[in-house]
Design a protein around this ligand. Structure first.
Ligand code: HEM
Length: 333
């Protein structure tokens, strides 16, 4: 009760008249339909000619249109209306300024209010506000059982029922045709035939070795390798008379293993203990062009990068072929 509190302070008569004048002018300003307010807006009364505003009876009007619709609340005290907070949009916001005011015309199109004799003022307010501007009200909260689980809740381990991806594949995965293998066919964890490499022979160890040894080819300079030369370097024990014998084992020493790939010849001997597929597999390509076998095993592996320091030379044809070829060219002349 603003007026009551002002009266309780018992100001002097001159102050009292000044305050009541201020109070009445502020109340008029808050009403968009007040005469004084419209005159100010229209510029009819310039500030210099403005006289002391006179106290006028305060009408029980409200700037919030929702209260004017419900007739059961029109008789309420003005202070009661002010006590209800107009929380959104704010009084000076753009939304409120651009909103269509509730004129008599819009009132006629609105549905008739329900019987609100049993409702509390707050319930009636929220219902009336929802009818007028439902988009301005926050959505009602769903009960917890109906609402969607949060992202964090979906990542938690469920407290009941089977754990996800923990049951045996044979029991949970249906077997349809040949698309899925029976679970008992995958018996080994080493499905790609990789071998157990000796300590110090991992791919990283090979990368380090290749980086620190500039020449792993086993030859002093770039070679022109003929097919017969390539075939001799097959990595097998050298059985030729006078061949060197391995000092450790006492057996004949192995010949170097060369393999050709896309016209280049590589010494694959130093890489043998590093090959993830095993020495035996790699030796299958020794003494010949290994491109076909290599592409069948792992086309994604970069041969040139891995064996860049092992390049022996390039493939050339046999000298006899050259002579035959040269003779035929002379014949053509
Ligand atoms: C001389 C060139 C070769 C190089 C540089 C080389 C390199 C490699 C590398 C890096 C892997 C591991 C692949 C991975 O983990 O994805 C591998 C695996 C393997 N390589 Fe080779 N390889 C060569 C030649 C060969 C040849 C000629 C054969 C077959 C005759 C062969 C058969 C295999 C097999 C069976 C595996 C294990 C299975 C797999 O990883 O797919 N490799 N090789």
């Amino acid at each position: 009760m603003r007026r009551t509190s002002l009266e309780g302070q018992k100001p002097s008569p001159s102050e009292d008249s000044k305050r009541s004048a201020e109070h009445s002018s502020s109340v008029q300003d808050s009403s968009p339909h007040s005469e004084t307010h419209q005159e100010y807006l229209g510029g009819v009364k310039p500030f210099a000619q403005e006289t002391t505003p006179k106290a006028q009876p305060v009408l029980a009007t409200c700037s919030v249109p929702s209260f004017t619709l419900d007739e059961s609340y029109t008789s309420r005290d003005d202070d009661e209306v002010e006590a209800v907070p107009a929380f959104f949009p704010l009084a000076d916001s753009h939304q409120r300024a651009s909103a269509t005011p509730a004129t008599d015309e819009t009132k006629t199109h609105l549905p008739s209010p329900p019987n609100t004799t049993q409702e509390t003022p707050i319930e009636a307010f929220s219902q009336a506000a929802q009818r007028i501007a439902p988009c301005l009200m926050p959505p009602p909260r769903l009960p917890q059982s109906l609402s969607k689980p949060s992202a964090a809740a979906s990542m938690r381990v469920p407290t009941s029922g089977p754990l996800p991806n923990r049951s045996r594949p044979s029991a949970s995965v249906p077997k349809k045709g040949n698309l899925l293998l029976p679970s008992n066919t995958i018996t080994t964890p080493n499905a790609r035939n990789k071998v157990l490499l000796a300590p110090g022979h991992s791919p990283l160890d090979w990368a380090h070795l290749a980086r620190t040894h500039p020449n792993l080819s086993g030859v002093p300079c770039f070679q022109r390798v003929t097919p017969s030369m390539l075939a001799w370097h097959d990595g097998r024990p050298n059985r030729e008379p006078g061949a060197p014998v391995d000092a450790k084992t006492g057996k004949r020493a192995r010949k170097p293993a060369w393999s050709a790939y896309q016209g280049k010849v590589y010494n694959i001997t130093p890489y043998l203990p590093f090959h993830p597929g095993g020495e035996g597999q790699l030796l299958l390509a020794a003494g010949k062009d290994g491109g076909k076998l290599f592409m069948e095993a792992h086309p994604w592996v970069n041969w040139e990068n891995m064996l860049g320091e092992c390049v022996v030379g390039i493939m050339v044809s046999e000298p006899a072929d050259d002579m035959e070829h040269g003779a035929s060219l002379e014949d053509m002349d």
